[in-house]
Design a protein around this ligand. Structure first.
Ligand code: SF4
Ligand code: SF4
Length: 157
């Protein structure tokens, strides 16, 4: 076993060695006091997200305000985590639409496949990225919530 008393370790470091880095750090801090801040006051201020951002879903409507969805179920089939449920309905005139359309926004992985697969261009992923809540059930979005995803933008408490 080595005797540590015999190790040739020098603990005498020049005192000035720490002054220069310290001054450099202080000068950097002082410079930042006079530059424009790079932080923002979230949630009052929001950053613009990428054009390709995939956030909460929207069920699109036509000029009359009716859902464009014809409840074909393609989005249900293609959804990897099985996050979509659609119950179809057909009226007397033969028009199909969803009686129920539910997306579990917690299960969803925001891949965008549902929007890509939709033959009616009836669903899209919006830029709403900061929906928060305390209850898991609030992340189950039905038709009324899916029509207005902007209502769920986080505005602070
Ligand atoms: S974005 Fe992907 S995971 Fe989410 S509902 Fe659509 S297909 Fe399913
Ligand atoms: S959103 Fe599109 S793919 Fe999904 S059920 Fe409706 S029409 Fe079909």
């Amino acid at each position: 076993m080595k005797n540590f008393n015999t190790l040739n370790v020098s603990i005498n470091r020049p005192k000035g060695k720490y002054i220069l880095p310290l001054l450099k750090g202080l000068s950097y801090t002082l410079r930042q006091l006079f530059t424009k801040p790079i932080t923002i006051e979230y949630p009052e201020q929001k950053r613009e997200v990428s054009k390709r951002w995939r956030g909460l879903h929207r069920l699109k409507t036509n000029d009359k305000g009716d859902l464009k969805c014809v409840a074909c179920g393609l989005c249900v089939t293609i959804c990897p985590p099985d996050a979509i449920k659609v119950v179809p309905y057909e009226d007397e005139g033969g028009r199909r639409y969803p009686k129920e359309f539910i997306i579990d926004e917690i299960r969803c992985i925001f891949c965008g496949f549902c929007a890509e697969a939709c033959p009616m261009d009836a669903i899209e992923l919006t830029k709403v990225y900061d929906y928060v809540d305390y209850n898991r059930n609030d992340f189950i979005f039905d038709i009324s919530k899916l029509k207005t995803p902007e209502k769920f933008i986080f505005k602070g408490k």
